[in-house]
Design a protein around this ligand. Structure first.
Ligand SMILES: [Fe+2]
Ligand SMILES: [Fe+2]
Length: 344
């Protein structure tokens, strides 16, 4: 997956931002800031060792780590179905998709670490409930059709969100996104193909299962683009910095416009009676999104929030022996090399 434009700052972040704005700056710092602004305006990429404003750094750490957490937590709803996949082919595809998501999480944690925050700090924020991840993964996966619909709609929405990030001004994030987007495209296609098979070769019960899954995932998928632009106060700053290239509402519209035709080829309906083509706008109009539900899930009160977090914390605790063994092995290797160097 899976970024979600959750442009929400914690009280601590807001206080820090205000303090850094109020702070009297040195001439050097002002010059660095001017150089940074000029580079952003020229469309240059910023590398890890380059000077950057503290607010830019913090915004990126928050966004990249939320993205990494989403990839990790996103493995849970699908991992749940690996042992129940209907055929060997579907099992192999799902297994490799879930492994890809783990890889995405790792690239992204590495990108966040280049900004000076350690992996342990990032994971601690997730495990203690301080950090957010995409709210979509707090919904349950009830049937096999959910695997297809997640690929089609959830990975599909992720691609819309993530393709513009390949041109994000922070180079390590942009580079990670290029590879991730290639894999997300496979995820979207495998989901769509699984659904098409069920719709064209399946039984009436299988077709009904697909429709039910579409009905449940449609609205949460639209929420993945984040709150409406008018309620997304940090978007403007992120756009100014070239971290964000397209607004939440514009991305959501692009997704809806692209998905309606795919739904009709598939033979499923989308659960929005107000979804109609607007000839003047040359876009589809859509019905209202249930934002109170979105904020409730983001706030920790969705159907599976507690279960998902508990699964991540368990995985971390149960993996302690692996981390300890890897560290002990690395220390042994260093000692061995030192011994060889002395002997030489
Ligand atoms: Fe994916
Ligand atoms: Fe992913």
């Amino acid at each position: 997956m899976y970024t979600q434009s959750m442009d929400t700052l914690s009280a601590e972040d807001k206080a820090m931002e205000a303090a850094s704005k109020a702070k009297l700056r040195s001439a050097d710092e002002l010059q660095s800031q001017q150089r940074f602004d000029a580079r952003i305006d020229a469309g240059d990429f910023i590398e890890a060792k380059d000077w950057m404003p503290e607010h830019y750094r913090k915004t990126l750490v928050r966004q990249i780590s939320q993205h990494a957490h989403s990839e990790f937590v996103g493995m849970l709803p699908e991992g749940n179905w690996i042992s129940r996949a209907p055929t060997l082919k579907r099992k192999a595809i799902l297994l490799s998709k879930v492994q890809d998501e783990a890889g995405h999480g790792l690239y992204l944690y590495a990108a966040a670490e280049t900004l000076g925050t350690s992996r342990d700090q990032l994971l601690d924020a997730l495990h203690t409930g301080k950090a957010k991840y995409s709210s979509i993964f707090n919904y349950p996966t009830l049937t096999w059709a959910d695997m297809g619909v997640i690929g089609w709609l959830v990975d599909g929405a992720a691609i819309m969100n993530q393709v513009p990030l390949c041109r994000c001004s922070y180079a390590p994030y942009a580079r990670a996104m290029v590879r991730i987007c290639r894999e997300e495209s496979f995820h979207q296609r495998q989901g769509y193909e699984a659904l098409l098979t069920m719709m064209t070769q399946g039984t009436a019960a299988q077709r009904a299962m697909v429709q039910d899954a579409v009905n449940r995932w449609w609205w949460p998928s639209l929420m993945m683009f984040g709150p409406p632009d008018a309620e997304s106060p940090n978007s403007e700053q992120s756009m100014r910095w070239g971290i964000k290239r397209i607004s939440n509402d514009d991305l959501r519209q692009k997704f809806v416009d692209a998905t309606v035709e795919q739904a009709s080829i598939l033979g499923v309906s989308l659960p929005d009676p107000l979804l109609t083509w607007n000839d003047t706008r040359q876009h589809y109009d859509m019905g209202p999104i249930d934002w109170p539900e979105f904020w409730q899930v983001v706030g920790g009160d969705g159907p599976c929030n507690k279960e998902r977090l508990a699964a991540r914390v368990d995985a971390w605790d149960n993996g302690a022996w692996v981390r300890e063994a890897a560290l002990a092995h690395a220390e042994k290797q260093v000692a061995k090399q030192a011994q060889h160097a002395m002997a030489a």
